[in-house]
Design a protein around this ligand. Structure first.
Ligand code: AMP
Ligand code: ZN
Length: 463
């Protein structure tokens, strides 16, 4: 498989250190709020990556951390008047719910930063001992950027903007403010009861050291692949490389992959513009999780994804077309596993080739639509027999192991749901709104949503 490596800035053949086994670290959510759809786009890219690797026969060990202590979580928990752990737990739970809703496969490990303080302290100690880091009088530890000759590999830095010896305390800063960054932050009043004992006194880790420590603890000092959104490239990933390589004297990561941003109606998503969505916001508007998954997945990960509500409607229409085709295959398929016709085989090959080429999902989807187009024509002229239909269904299901958005048996409404829908319809016709609302609540409680359209009520499975 070929991937675009952000550090070499070119496509490279992915060759894991251990043949057949890819070790991946993904920067996970900062659990200070619900994930927004931009975050989810990045997690979706990582899901596509792991599913593709598995589809191609690799074993995958993926670690996704939970940032449950940093500047943002401390500030937010303080504003909420809650202890940090209690505050972040709510958003950890919400994050796992979102992953399940979007059918994102679980990583092998989800280490939380607050469970890994000893590894972080040890790493900082190593950097101090090797004199890549220094301790200030107030008990902070900073990484000395001028000691690291290779600093600035992932992003191009302007030497004039480098200010070694000056210090930056915040976890996030811009490229024009490159200075010695905090590995360990001494306890301050506003940290409240957040703090751990260390050789430098009470304090807490900087955000960057968290990911260096956790990734190396689970995946080794050198591992294959590290991912995140483009905004993670600087300073987060640049600092991770510097700290890790200076501490171990070994290469840290062999391939870096970064997904581009999601924008809404071509604008940066922000609360002030009113174009900021969490997954829950969209579910409340009755969009189906499958349509959201489809839309978040449908653009190449290195392209910006322009998210629009009209795009979601289109995604749903596309899924309806795919469902309809799968329904035709289902109805025609023989019981025994069939032989796919040659056009389905070549569609499968095109699909695999597209994904092997740096996860070219638009081309992979095009391969599916070609199968559907050819398949529908074959059904129309009755040239596809039961064995062929079963074969096509098999190919589609294999592809869905990567895509994860096709309907499954439990996505088809059973007679109990259909009956409730009919009762609701009758109540509406009788203008008995209370009864109609009661029916809707029952339908929702069974995991479905119902939306009234000009063509009647539409049912959707909430998954
Ligand atoms: P955070 O919870 O802020 O640590 O971010 C989690 C992940 O979401 C990181 O990999 C970020 O790079 C990514 N991310 C943040 N904003 C966006 C966005 N608008 N579009 C795509 N990815 C994003
Ligand atoms: Zn990280």
């Amino acid at each position: 498989m070929q991937v675009y490596n952000s550090i070499s800035r070119r496509l490279e053949e992915l060759e894991p250190l251990e043949p057949g086994h890819v070790r991946i670290y993904t920067c996970g959510p900062t659990v200070y709020d619900y994930a927004h759809i931009g975050n989810l786009r990045t997690f979706m890219f990582e899901d596509l990556l792991r599913r593709t690797l598995k589809h191609l026969g690799y074993r995958v060990t993926q670690v996704m951390n939970l940032t449950d202590v940093d500047d943002k979580t401390i500030r937010a928990s303080r504003e909420a008047g809650l202890p940090l752990q209690q505050y972040t737990q709510r958003f950890k739970d919400a994050f796992f719910e979102d992953l399940a809703t979007l059918n994102i496969e679980s990583a092998e490990h989800y280490p939380a930063a607050t469970d890994h303080l000893p590894a972080m302290i040890k790493l900082v100690e190593t950097l101090v001992t090797k004199e890549y880091a220094y301790v200030t009088d107030d008990g902070c530890v900073y990484f000395s950027i001028d000691k690291c000759e290779t600093y600035g590999r992932l992003v191009t830095l302007n030497p004039e903007s480098m200010r070694p010896g000056e210090r930056v305390d915040h976890d996030e800063y811009e490229k024009d403010g490159v200075a010695d960054f905090a590995l360990w932050k001494a306890w301050k009043e506003e940290d409240g009861d957040v703090g751990w004992d260390s050789p430098w006194g009470r304090g807490r880790p900087g955000w960057h050291i968290e990911c260096s420590a956790m990734s190396m603890q689970y995946l080794g000092e050198t591992f294959d692949l590290h991912t995140g959104g483009v905004d993670n490239r600087f300073p987060h990933h640049e600092d991770e490389i510097a700290q890790s390589e200076c501490a171990t004297g070994k290469p840290f990561v062999r391939y870096w992959m970064h997904s581009n941003f999601l924008v809404v109606e071509n604008k940066k998503m922000s609360k002030s513009l009113g174009n900021f969505y969490t997954l829950r916001d969209l579910l409340d508007k009755d969009y189906s999780p499958r349509a959201i998954r489809y839309l978040l997945l449908s653009a190449h990960y290195r392209q910006q994804l322009n998210f629009t509500l009209a795009g979601l409607e289109q995604a749903q229409a596309t899924l309806d077309r795919i469902d309809e085709f799968m329904g035709r295959c289902e109805a025609a398929a023989a019981d025994a596993p069939g032989t796919p016709p040659h056009w389905a085989e070549s569609g499968r090959r095109a699909f695999d080739e597209a994904l092997k080429h740096d996860l070219n999902i638009p081309e992979a989807l095009a391969a599916i639509f070609t199968i559907i187009h050819t398949g529908n024509a074959a059904f129309d002229d009755r040239s596809l027999d039961g064995a062929g239909a079963a074969g096509v269904r098999g190919v589609m299901r294999e592809m869905d192991a990567v895509l994860g958005f096709m309907a499954h048996e439990n996505d088809v409404a059973g007679p109990d749901i259909e009956k409730l829908v009919a009762q609701r319809q009758a109540a509406r016709e009788a203008k008995d709104w209370a009864e109609s609302d009661r029916m809707r609540d029952e339908i929702v409680a069974l995991g479905w949503s119902v939306k009234d359209t000009p063509h009647g009520a539409e049912l959707r499975k909430q998954r």
